[in-house]
Structures are given as C-alpha cells and as structure tokens.
Design a protein around this ligand. Structure first.
Ligand code: SF4
Length: 316
C-alpha cells in the first residue's frame, strides 16, 4: 500500500491583476486535490495557463494558497509559521524551468550550492565544501566547475546546477517545474536520466510539471491532468496512456506523435477560456466534443472508477 507524503485538498489560488479601478480576480487554481506518495513521481500536465505551475508552487508554499489544505508528512503546511517553514524548506525543493534566471549571476557554483547549507546552519565550512563537491560530482559536473559562474555553462549544465541546488539539503520531495522544456531535445534525455538516477539513489518524490506528454510518460508513475485550474483526471501512467477517459485527456493523448494504437487526432475548438471568467458548469464544455446540456450548468464531481479519478458527466 503506497504511503502518502503530501495530501493537497481543495487548493485554491486567486491573483488580483490589472490597474487600479479595473482590477479583476484571476482564479489560477480552483479546488485542486491530489496525493503524492512516498518515492513516487506524479505528473501534472495540461496546456499553458492551466494552473499546473501555480499548483506545484502553492503545494510547497513557495506562493501562499488562497484556501485549501496541504498536509505534508502529517504536518499542516498551511498553518506552519515562518520559522518552522524555513526548517521544512530542507525537505521541499524546486527545480525551475529556466535555471539561468534562477541562478544568481554574481555567485560561483560553489557559492550557489553552499548558500542553502548556510541558511539552514548545516555543517562546518569544511563539511559544507565536501557536501558541495559530492553533489557537483553526482550531477555530472567536474570539480573545476565549482569556481565558475552560471554564464560560463551550457543550458544542460545550468540545469545540472539547478538540480544540484535542489539536492543539496537532501530533500524528501522536489517540484520540477518544466525542467527540460527550455533544453534541446538531445539534452532533455540526459537531464531526465539524471533526475531518475538521483531519485533511485535518494528515494525522494517528484511532482513533475510538464506540457510534454511524451516526457511525462517516460518519468511519471501517476499523472494528474489539469484544465483551467482544476484536475479533471488522475490515473496511473499506464492506465492514462492506454485508455484516457476524460474528453480533454483523450484530446491531449491524440496529439502525441507516433502514439501506438492512437485514434485520429482530436482537434479542440477555440482557445482555453480566461481564468478570470471560467465557464459555468464544466469548464471544458466550450471545447468538449462530447458536451451535453447538463455540462453547461452543473460542474461534474470527480468520481473514482477502477482506481482512477475522473470529473466528467459521462461517468457520473
Ligand atoms: Fe465534456 Fe461534459 Fe464531460 Fe465536461 S462534463 S468533459 S463538457 S462531457
């Protein structure tokens, strides 16, 4: 029986945007629930703007959720104070899409990797240096790289530094936010393999955020599909790719190039609606090829079927 590490329940995040007197509220995530098990990689997938990055960041309180609960290893993260959150930050790390933007250009690799150890008051300076050199080797960089600055590296090497920084505190879970989408295809496989190797060695859990379903299939154990700030389907990787249930998941799967046994491509009508005014009823009804009258008025509840969850009136 898998053991839960993180339980996210009815998580919401609103942003107020726009100039004074014309402010509006954008509902970036609207009641997202999922469980991340120990040692598991959970994929969060969906089109750009579906709220997957906001969900990943809110789940480890890099941004403050508007409401909902987050239980991490038995601790209610939403009610933890700043000091305890700083201690928990050791366990909860993130890898960003663009490592260049997230690495301080004035710091060497050694300084970048030593900084979190200093903040957490871990080890003597000799022990910190030893830890930094171990991690540098583990992510496939060379000892001489420790004295270099981020601009001296390629995109793939910079992402190795980003991974090293996420590992330096020996975390229990890492949110990987589109970690390979800014890289060349040839480098993507190297970084994915590195992420799998470090997971096999350290046993942490990943939330892997991506719009690329081919990459997700390669690395994830389970997948949650998001649309307009909601999770519409959650299933094991194999179940989801072999038999997607939700019409949105079916459309995403039909667009994977060269998918075995694939049906013909389902082209969705129109653009994803604005999260500032999501459609009533099922948020997908404006684009859904299977929409019925009830879909325009009544939001579907997520139901469990065959060990997976789907939110669609076709299955209620
Ligand atoms: Fe389509 Fe209706 Fe299901 Fe929404 S609830 S996905 S509109 S069939």
């Amino acid at each position: 029986m898998p053991e839960a590490l993180l339980r996210v329940n009815e998580l919401r995040k609103d942003f107020v945007v726009g100039p004074m007197f014309r402010r509006k509220t954008v509902q970036a995530i609207r009641g997202v629930s999922f469980v991340l098990n120990k040692g598991e990689t959970l994929g969060l997938v969906g089109e750009s703007g579906c709220g997957k990055s906001t969900t990943g960041r809110a789940a480890i309180r890099l941004i403050e959720p508007s409401s909902g609960s987050i239980e991490y290893d038995g601790v209610d993260l939403a009610s933890v104070g700043a000091r305890d959150m700083r201690r928990l930050r050791q366990d909860l790390q993130i890898i960003f899409q663009d490592p260049y933007a997230s690495l301080d250009p004035r710091m060497t690799v050694e300084q970048i990797l030593t900084e979190p150890l200093g903040i957490q008051k871990i080890g003597t300076s000799a022990e910190r240096r030893e830890r930094v050199m171990d991690i540098i080797a583990e992510v496939g960089l060379q000892a001489a790289h420790a004295a270099r600055y981020p601009h001296e590296f390629s995109g793939g090497q910079r992402q190795r530094i980003g991974i090293a920084r996420s590992l330096i505190l020996n975390p229990k879970m890492i949110v990987a936010d589109e970690p390979v989408s800014a890289l060349d295809v040839s480098v993507q496989a190297q970084i994915i393999n590195l992420m799998q190797d470090v997971k096999a060695k350290h046993g942490m859990s990943y939330i892997f955020i991506s719009h690329d379903l081919s990459v997700v299939k390669h690395i994830c154990d389970r997948v949650a599909v998001m649309y307009l700030g909601e999770v519409v389907e959650t299933a094991s990787r194999d179940a989801l790719y072999e038999e997607p249930l939700h019409p949105y998941t079916k459309a995403l799967m039909s667009a994977i190039p060269g998918r075995r046994g694939a049906q013909k491509r389902i082209t969705l009508k129109g653009d994803i609606p604005s999260p500032a005014s999501p459609p009533r009823g099922c948020a997908f009804h404006t684009r859904c090829p299977s929409a019925m009258a009830i879909c325009k008025t009544t939001p579907p509840q997520a139901i469990e079927t065959g060990g997976r969850k789907v939110a669609c009136h076709l299955y209620n």
